[in-house]
Design a protein around this ligand. Structure first.
Ligand SMILES: [Zn+2]
Length: 172
């Protein structure tokens, strides 16, 4: 009887909080609350935009940024998201795409190992894969893209997104 009363109370409290805060029922704004990499040796190795392609050795548009690190370094989702693709793709090697509640997509490529599956819900800070060099003949690095409606954006210019500690959060 006591247990029943308690669970009735709990349900009433949850219902009341939804009534008092109707936004809680809608899609929340995405919040970047965790760095993508917590690896101390992480550094940028290639910027977004026009650059000399290191494999073809000619100018090419780079749709993301490259972060150099170590094979096997854990890669985390910086916000709550849904995994929209986890698999391989030509030019990208092993990659994970996640979609945020506002429709922005983050792409993590050249992974050594994928640790999530398509359709999975992930929370900020969850590991989604391990750094590698699949799909490119270079040193281990993460290729990171930010997309919205098939347009790519410079990941270092995304408000509140921390790619690695001490790097590039721009809140203005
Ligand atoms: Zn890249």
């Amino acid at each position: 009887m006591q247990l029943n009363l308690r669970s009735t109370f709990a349900i009433a409290a949850i219902s009341l909080s939804l009534v008092l805060n109707p936004a809680a029922a809608a899609d929340p704004e995405p919040v970047f609350s965790h760095p993508i990499l917590t690896l101390e040796s992480a550094t940028f190795s290639s910027p977004f935009g026009m650059r000399n392609d290191p494999i073809r050795n000619r100018p090419a548009w780079h749709r993301g940024v490259d972060i150099r690190g170590e094979i096997g370094a854990a890669i985390h989702t910086p916000a709550d998201a849904i995994v929209t693709y986890a698999g391989t793709k030509a030019g990208y090697g092993k990659l994970v795409d996640v979609e945020l509640s506002d429709g922005r997509k983050l792409r993590f490529a050249h992974l050594n190992e994928i640790t999530v599956s398509s359709g999975q819900a992930v929370s900020a800070g969850d590991e989604i894969g391990l750094m590698g060099k699949s799909g490119r003949r270079q040193l281990a690095h993460l290729h990171l893209e930010v997309r919205l409606d098939d347009k790519t954006y410079d990941p270092t210019h995304i408000d509140d997104l921390v790619i690695f500690e001490g790097c590039c959060a721009t809140t203005d």
